[in-house]
Design a protein around this ligand. Structure first.
Ligand code: PGA
Length: 400
């Protein structure tokens, strides 16, 4: 049956993985916890084991806290649960604070009624010679357990899943891998300094992850927005390992609004459906087009609008010449000699409101001269225009 045009969801034309967006980490995590709890119960009622693939890092902490709460307050039992973790640093002592073995104990296992014999986490204490056999037997145990029913994933800012760094093949198996510097830097907060972050890790391969029956990837915060967009809307490529999840038939991304910001439906909503053309939206669309085409706003043509998917705007708002001028004036008016707002004037495009007057202003200066070198003019104006100006110098104290 042919679908009526109105039924076509234009978001699907861009997003190749199902995405659910939640206002907060708490709500997204609660949704994921609910999925896990239902599966555990459903398997339990059928007298079956529930095999979970688990992740570590800052992302799943709220999810684990919610599962622990459900165990304590709602009687969710983990007796029929078998777990396989994605990865572990190498080398590392299992009981080192930063090890993922210790992480899992701290955040989940020690708080619930899981049978310790059902917990599987790669072992970072083995010798290099032993790792190959360990990796093979890890996958074998997983297979014998019946495969992963539900795999939880995080995503690295470089697109890694597990510790499958860019370049990892879709056929990759459980193995030792070299960590990228960006990954070591992102994880350095758990260690005394970056040089203490292990250079290697053991990770479940991508081929193993893709065998899971269901995959739920979690991502929170603005630092993940760019990579989420690439994974969901970009081409399938080993340079963004998470994009390989497009090949899975039951994978969803559970993300918060900040992590969703780069998706076309938010970044360029005029491309994914009907929108109301507010002045702000027109400005956003036109500036975005000018930047992409590397043209001044005033040089954009009707043709540019049409080719850029902004044909609707021409129909609604007149031709390119007029829209260009409107946007140009909006941009011009945002430049002001009144950084603290112009008293008694209402100019919507001005970045700062006129009331209250005078204002209390605080300038943060990461280095004790940034206030003068980077924004001395603004500083002077704020002072001359009668505001109360304070500066916070953010130094380590070594200059005093
Ligand atoms: P994070 O890491 O949860 O600490 O952001 C995610 C990942 O690297 O997979």
């Amino acid at each position: 049956m042919q679908r009526e045009p109105a039924e076509i969801n234009l978001i699907d034309a861009f997003e190749r993985i199902s995405v659910q967006i939640f206002p907060t980490i708490k709500e997204g995590s609660a949704w994921a916890a609910q999925q896990i709890a239902s599966l555990i119960k459903q398997k339990g009622e059928a007298g079956e084991k529930c095999v979970l693939g688990l992740a570590t890092g800052s992302t799943p902490k709220t999810l684990y806290a919610e599962l622990v709460r459900m165990h304590r307050e709602e009687g969710l039992s983990f007796k029929n649960v078998i777990t396989f973790n994605l990865d572990e640093y190498y080398p590392i002592d299992n009981d080192a604070f930063q090890s993922y073995n210790a992480f899992m104990q701290r955040h989940l296992f020690q708080h619930v009624d899981i049978d310790p014999a059902n917990i599987h986490i790669p072992n970072g204490q083995l010798s290099k010679e032993e790792i190959k056999t360990h990796a093979v037997s890890y996958e074998k145990m997983l297979e014998e357990a019946g495969g992963i029913d539900l795999q939880i994933l995080g995503i690295g800012i470089n697109g890694h899943i597990g510790f499958n760094e860019p370049g990892s093949s879709i056929y990759s198996k459980t193995r030792l891998i070299n960590l990228e510097n960006s990954t070591r830097l992102a994880n350095a907060y758990e260690f005394a300094n970056i040089s203490e972050v292990p250079r290697l890790a053991i990770t479940m391969g991508i081929s193993v992850i893709l065998k899971a029956k269901k995959i739920v990837l979690l991502a929170w915060g603005p630092s993940k927005a760019a990579v989420v967009q690439k994974a969901v809307e970009g081409n399938v490529t080993e340079t963004v390992p998470a994009s390989l999840l497009q090949q899975h038939n039951d994978c969803s991304f559970i993300i918060d609004e900040a992590a969703a910001a780069e998706l076309t439906r938010f970044k360029s909503p005029w491309l994914t459906g009907e929108i109301t053309w507010s002045a702000k939206m027109i400005k956003k669309a036109v500036v975005n087009m000018a930047l992409k085409l590397e043209k001044p706003v005033l040089s954009l043509t009707n043709n540019d609008y049409t080719e850029f998917g902004l044909g609707d705007l021409l129909i609604e708002q007149g031709d390119a010449y007029e829209i260009n001028l409107k946007v140009y004036y909006m941009l011009r008016d945002s430049i002001t000699g009144w950084p603290g707002g112009k008293p008694k004037a209402t100019i919507p495009a001005h970045p700062e409101r006129s009331e209250p007057y005078p204002k209390k202003v605080i300038i943060f200066s990461p280095h004790p001269d940034d206030d003068i070198i980077s924004m001395g003019g603004t500083f002077q104006r704020l002072h001359d225009q009668g505001h109360e100006v304070h500066i916070a110098y953010q130094t380590s104290g070594i200059f005093s």
